[in-house]
Ligand binder design. Structure first.
Ligand code: ADP
Ligand code: MG
Length: 386
């Protein structure tokens, strides 16, 4: 994969695919984490006197939905960089081209939401050509969109000299190292809501990790497969067979909770009980891992050489069921080893507990990170290898 430093960018018009898919509230950027994550690449290009043309998607607009304009993002970027930032309501075409041609070295042009163009998600060669026509070289820094073969992430990369931005290259390096030569023991902590969403990543870590600690609603299909009562816990019928197979293949490496926190419903004012064992009574839901499980998992994490975490240990958004996720997050933050966290809700949990800056790597791409770890080539990354 080519990286930024392999490209000659001086005085060049550089089309940079960024992931500015940020949450907006009342027309303002509510969380600028993704904008900040792109700053390393943007600053490096500006230092090298490149002329920057930034392209991103925002949400899933049907046509030109004004609520999903990138204008507020351009405003925030100007505040963060102090650069001369111009926004255009065009995505491609003569108006965008004229503005791109006028850029001085170090200046930034932000194009409108690329998904306003239907050709973006169909990887349309014509849209890719129109994007390529704006620039001399292409840099992809949008790791969060790298698992999609879209015009601005895939097709365009074949039309210009292309390289990975700082963020994308770092994400790929960290995640590939997790698979190729992790410091051992490698401990994977996998939680969240659905086995079927994470079956691929479970397969990966059941092959490569020394232990796989299961939390969240993920445990119930395994418990159901083992014949335990799961009560009203979140447990999808279609997850039972995959769970059964994983247990049969690699049950030795799977660690399941040994006790649970249950509630009579999913709500902040639910009646809450800590139970010994994992038999969930009728009409109760398992909503967090119990104290003895926490102690075991914390011990595993403390002894690890590498930890990968994806998926909360319980319904952490609700205080009565946040304890397991908090304890695991604190153990991961406090561990001296390499710690890598992926997944939107896992990142949100770390942020909620004020621990987001205490892990080695917090991935900006939930879906992309999981697909890479599942062994699927990422179209946006593969296009940079050619
Ligand atoms: P990530 O985004 O980190 O990959 P997921 O999307 O898989 O994580 O899962 C996160 C969601 O799972 C959270 O909203 C959390 O409340 C929910 N969850 C975790 N454990 C349980 C449980 N035992 N019962 C119901 N929901 C749960
Ligand atoms: Mg999620």
């Amino acid at each position: 994969m080519k990286v930024l430093d392999d490209l000659d960018v001086r005085d060049k018009r550089v089309l940079v695919r960024v992931d500015f898919n940020v949450p907006l509230e009342q027309g303002r950027v509510a969380d600028d984490t993704r904008i900040r994550a792109a700053l390393a690449t943007i600053e490096r290009l500006r230092e090298r006197r490149a002329r920057l043309i930034l392209v991103s998607h925002l949400g899933r607009p049907e046509g030109r939905d004004p609520a999903l304009s990138l204008r507020p993002v351009a405003d925030r970027l100007a505040e963060l960089t102090g650069a001369d930032v111009t926004f255009t309501t065009a995505v491609v075409g003569p108006e965008a081209a004229a503005l791109a041609d006028k850029l001085a070295p170090g200046d930034v042009l932000v194009l409108e939401n690329v998904r306003y163009q239907p050709g973006e998600t169909t990887n349309d060669p014509a849209l890719a050509a129109a994007l390529a026509a704006l620039a001399d070289v292409y840099v992809n820094d949008a790791f969060g969109a790298a698992h999609r073969a879209h015009a601005s992430t895939e097709a365009v990369a074949h039309l210009l000299p292309a390289a990975a931005g700082v963020l994308l290259a770092h994400e790929v390096d960290v995640l590939e190292a997790l698979l190729s030569d992790p410091a051992r023991p490698l401990v994977a902590v996998i939680g969240g809501a659905k086995v079927s969403d994470k079956i691929g990543v479970l397969h990966t870590f059941l092959q490569r990790a020394d232990s796989v600690l299961i939390g969240g609603a993920m445990c119930f299909p395994f418990f159901a497969a083992q014949g335990h009562a799961t009560g009203a816990s979140l447990c999808h019928e279609e997850d039972l067979e995959p769970a059964r197979q994983l247990l049969a293949q690699r049950g030795d490496r799977l660690e399941l909770p040994v006790d649970l926190v249950i509630g009579d419903r999913l709500g902040a004012t639910a009646e809450v009980r800590q139970i010994e064992g994992v038999e969930v009574p009728d009409e109760w839901m398992g909503l967090d891992i119990g104290e003895r499980t926490v102690a075991r998992y914390v011990e595993r994490i403390s002894a690890a050489g590498t930890v990968f975490w994806n998926g909360p240990m319980g319904a952490f958004e609700l205080d009565p069921f946040a304890g397991g996720t908090r304890a695991v997050a604190e153990a991961i933050a406090g561990a001296a080893c390499v710690t890598v966290v992926g997944g939107g809700d896992s990142a949100a949990a770390l942020a909620r507990f004020g621990l987001a800056d205490q892990v080695t790597h917090l991935s900006t791409g939930g879906g992309a990170a999981l697909e890479l770890l599942e062994g699927h080539p990422l179209p946006g990354v593969e296009a940079l290898r050619g």
